[in-house]
Design a protein around this ligand. Structure first.
Ligand code: GLY
Length: 351
């Protein structure tokens, strides 16, 4: 097992990679004299019934099941979980354990952070995407008004327990979705990592470790996304808008798929701004495509609608769209302004 420690000004917590989840949760929850509540993705529960049962018994936890879809990352589902917490008699000495993908850690973290002004929570990610991104860094929230993660806050977990065994049942498409965030980490912050990903010369456990190291470093430098953490938003300005349109259409684009498309468009913007070369954009497109991720849109997107959604993005300020772009492979810059004609031109690359 590898342990990383995330340290910010007001908190410190471990990320345990390759952990035995049953043993880790027993140790973590011993410190809590109140209730232990597992919030789990229904799908994970059915695939890993024995394992979840073993956890439940070993820590004497109650289990709340959630159908994990972006549609359910909602205030309505949060409300129903708050009601269950009240019925279970959950108090401030209790702990919530989120077992599932990013949807579960976002939603469960949000529920825990707001219940009784905040109770502790631990994330146990079961998808590659949540292992390398969502479970680390304390972004908690729900979708609202057709906008991704628009209601929420920053609140760090007490621990992140990564049991890689869960990846054995992860569908190929979900695995690819996680690889989008992995590719992003190389593209924005680590050229050597990017080259290793390109050559496929890095094992899965190493990928999870390296991505967690990059995420940890960025979160530590700027936990509340005032500046440097914005580089993690590369691919997400267009990506989130595409995801929002897809959710509305019930079109089922996965988060990583939307981010992959967003990265291609935002790399193209970087090129049109004179920051990177065509060969850099090509490298990103090849990496995306070689990892079973889309390089073109498979549904119709109205550019005006896309821009309307981008304008509502929480990353913006003073009516400006704040873009994260690349000034070279392995390095991103944030708060960049881009003429709308260039955005349109780059978007056309996806059509
Ligand atoms: N997913 C981007 C971040 O955590 O900042």
């Amino acid at each position: 097992m590898k342990i990383l420690e995330v340290k910010t000004d007001n908190c410190k917590y471990p990320i345990r990679i390759g952990a035995d989840i049953v043993r880790s949760l027993s140790t973590i929850t011993k410190k809590f004299v109140g209730q232990k509540v597992i919030i789990v993705d229904k799908n994970v529960l059915s695939l890993w019934k024995d394992k979840i049962d073993e956890i439940r018994k070993s820590i004497d936890a109650s289990v709340i099941e959630v159908e994990a879809s972006e549609h359910n990352k909602s205030i309505e589902v949060a409300t129903s979980i708050w009601s269950e917490l009240i019925s279970l008699g959950v108090d401030r000495k209790s702990i919530v354990i989120n077992i599932g993908g990013g949807m579960i850690s976002d939603l469960g973290g949000f529920v825990a952070s707001t219940y009784m002004r905040g109770i502790k929570f631990t994330n146990c990610p079961t998808t590659l995407l949540s292992m390398v991104d969502a479970s680390v860094g304390g972004k908690v929230g729900v979708n609202f008004g057709g906008l991704k993660n628009i209601i929420g806050s920053f609140n760090q977990p007490t621990e992140v327990v990564i049991d890689l065994e869960f990846l054995k049942t992860l569908p190929i498409r979900e695995y690819a979705s996680g690889m989008a965030e992995v590719i992003k980490h190389g593209v924005i912050n680590d050229i050597d990592y990017l080259k290793n990903l390109e050559n496929k010369s890095i094992a899965l456990e190493e990928i999870v470790l390296r991505s967690c190291e990059i995420k940890k470093k960025i979160v530590e430098a700027d936990p509340n996304e005032n500046d440097q953490r914005k580089i993690l938003n590369f691919g997400h300005t267009i990506g989130h808008a595409l995801e929002e349109i897809s959710i509305e259409l019930h079109n089922d684009l996965l988060h990583g798929e939307a981010v992959a498309l967003g990265m291609i468009a935002e790399a193209e913007i970087s090129k049109l701004m004179g920051l990177i070369d065509e060969s850099d954009v090509e490298l990103i497109i090849n990496l995306v495509s070689n990892n079973n991720l889309p390089t073109k849109l498979t549904f119709e997107v109205d550019f005006e609608k896309l821009v309307g959604l981008i304008h509502k993005d929480k990353k913006n300020s003073a009516k400006n769209i704040n873009w994260t772009l690349l000034d070279r492979l392995g390095n991103a810059i944030y708060d960049q302004l881009v003429p709308i004609e260039l955005v349109q031109k780059a978007f056309n690359k996806l059509v």
